[in-house]
Design a protein around this ligand. Structure first.
Ligand SMILES: Nc1ncnc2c1ncn2[C@@H]1O[C@H](COP(=O)(O)OP(=O)(O)O)[C@@H](O)[C@H]1O
Ligand SMILES: O=c1ccn([C@@H]2O[C@H](COP(=O)(O)OP(=O)(O)O)[C@@H](O)[C@H]2O)c(=O)[nH]1
Ligand SMILES: [Mg+2]
Length: 237
């Protein structure tokens, strides 16, 4: 049974149901791959996922350890890791996008139309059915756009809880040459995290989908908690 989603994002994106579409990994797209997400005005036909698809959102402030733990989850549980930040950085380079560059440098959030399309492209490629979506949704607007466009909700959500002081320390010693790993941007990112990302965390807590992880401790100590969550959710997914 195909459940279809129609969405109109008022900025540049509009999606409509059509009767045709190509099928990738259970997601259906109509003329999906043409054009850049930055100039996305196509008609797309989107339907949700294979019946066995598992989607986990991985949330937490900047430097809380999302990416680090995702790598361990991939090794242990065989999920495909989609880092929204990495997808945006790649798009920034390949499209020479000053919009993405400026947004990341200022610690703001890239328009949902762009990020959701990049994530969809990954969901539709390859043959994995188990996805970790790391660092997304970063706002209620992101969340609503994703759910509306894909017709999908996450099966469960991990939230890495970390004191600000520890996040600042980790980001400033991350050493990956990122334009946003500096104290000025970090202060802005923490404000954005509190104002826009925490409401998403609250939303999933109220839905009973949130699994809080204490992000302080060694990587292995944190992963032990993650392991327990996966043991628990594997009985329901
Ligand atoms: N449990 C931990 N304790 C100390 N440092 C950590 C821990 N987990 C990750 N780090 C380090 O902190 C930095 C930020 O981690 P990262 O996984 O990139 O976080 P995020 O994706 O949430 O921003 C990296 O340099 C990473 O090596
Ligand atoms: O869904 C997303 C994910 C990331 N970003 C931007 O990309 C930056 C870096 O995100 P990433 O997840 O890589 O940072 P992390 O939390 O891992 O440090 C964020 O501050 C935002 O500016 C965004 O706009 N939307
Ligand atoms: Mg990260």
């Amino acid at each position: 049974m195909l459940k279809r989603a129609t969405a109109t994002l008022k900025s540049t994106l509009s999606l409509h149901i059509t009767k045709e579409g190509s099928k990738h990994n259970g997601y259906h797209f109509h003329r999906f791959t043409t054009g850049s997400p930055l100039h996305f005005q196509e008609k797309d036909w989107v339907c949700p996922k294979h019946k066995d698809t598992v989607i986990a959102f991985v949330l937490g402030g900047p430097g809380s350890g999302k990416g680090t733990q995702c790598e361990k989850i991939v090794e242990t549980f065989g999920f495909k890791h989609l880092s929204a930040g990495d997808l945006l950085r790649k798009e920034m380079v390949s499209d020479n996008s000053s919009m993405i560059l400026d947004t990341i440098r200022e610690g703001r959030i890239v328009p949902s139309a762009v990020t959701v399309k990049l994530i969809l492209r990954e969901l539709a490629s390859g043959d994995s059915h188990k996805f970790l979506i790391d660092g997304f949704p970063r706002s209620e607007e992101n969340r609503i756009a994703f759910e509306r466009i894909t017709g999908s909700e996450p099966n469960f959500v991990l939230f890495f809880e970390c004191p600000e002081k520890e996040m600042v320390k980790r980001v400033l010693s991350r050493n990956q040459g990122r334009i946003d790993d500096n104290i000025d941007t970090m202060k802005k990112r923490l404000k954005v995290f509190e104002a826009l990302n925490l409401p998403v965390v609250d939303y999933y807590a109220k839905k009973g989908k949130l699994h809080k992880i204490n992000a302080v401790g060694t990587e292995d100590e944190v992963f032990e908690q993650v392991r327990r969550v996966f043991a628990q959710v594997s009985t329901v997914t």
